[in-house]
Design a protein around this ligand. Structure first.
Ligand code: PLP
Length: 236
């Protein structure tokens, strides 16, 4: 079973590299300008380590429990947290990841600040934007994002490095372009404000079904699970 997961990855990875390169070129950039993060939920750590050996440098987990259980076995890689994070779990992951993509409330940011200060570290974060204004999703609304960035940037032990979004599920990737374009505009707007303690370096958007559109619209980090590792056998 593992052998086939590995060959699935090998085939997909090659194809994805060329897809990313093509999408990057369409938006006047190069493959090297885009960071490919492997979303590794439900993926066996042996397969993850094969991916790392093959060139994947960034991995992201979206569940605290899963991150902790795999943590000691990962090959060296940049580890990110990408899923919804409960405030009471911040202390479990704060010293284990380099970037938290999913800061979706002021309350969560305050807890990250508190735990970072306690350990005398600075935690890099992205603000999650609920770009489709969906009830079912968390994140800051487009209209409150600038104010949220200004407020969160004042917290000790935190540095805002950019924005993250998960747009609504669409029938085809083209429909998400308007959301990706809106995110790019917001990214530039916030950058223009030159908020202390904040730099708009990372625009994390685009998943397996829509990463090429996301890159063409300005994403510089894409988070891919299914496209790299094949279908998961249960829904997350
Ligand atoms: C699972 C996950 C992804 C990757 O999803 P795929 O559709 O499998 O590529 C990206 N971002 C987050 C936050 C995820 O939880």
């Amino acid at each position: 079973m593992e052998k086939s997961s590995i060959s699935i990855f090998d085939e997909n990875y090659k194809q994805i590299i060329s897809n990313i390169a093509r999408a990057a070129e369409k938006s006047g950039r190069k493959y090297e300008d885009i960071t490919l993060l492997a979303a590794t939920k439900t993926v066996d750590v042996n397969v993850i380590n094969h991916a790392i050996k093959s060139g994947i440098e960034f991995i992201g987990e979206n569940r605290v429990q899963e991150l902790l259980s795999k943590y000691d076995d990962y090959a060296p890689a940049h580890k990110h947290f990408i899923g919804h994070l409960q405030t009471n779990k911040v202390k479990d992951i704060i010293d284990k990841v380099e970037l938290i993509h999913s800061v979706d409330s002021y309350k969560l940011a305050t807890e990250i600040s508190k735990q970072a200060v306690k350990r005398n570290i600075t935690m890099d974060i992205l603000l999650e934007i609920n770009i489709g204004e969906e009830q079912s999703k968390s994140g800051f609304c487009y209209d409150e994002a600038v104010e949220a960035a200004q407020k969160i940037a004042l917290l000790d032990g935190i540095k805002i490095k950019g924005l993250m979004a998960i747009p609504p599920i669409c029938e085809n990737s083209g429909q998400n372009r308007v959301y990706f374009a809106k995110m790019k505009k917001l990214f530039i707007d916030i950058d223009t404000k030159k908020i202390d303690n904040s730099s708009m370096d990372i625009l994390s958007m685009g998943m397996s079904d829509d990463y090429e559109a996301a890159i063409e619209e300005g994403a510089n980090m894409v988070r891919l699970g299914t496209a790299l590792f094949g279908r998961r056998n249960y829904n997350i």
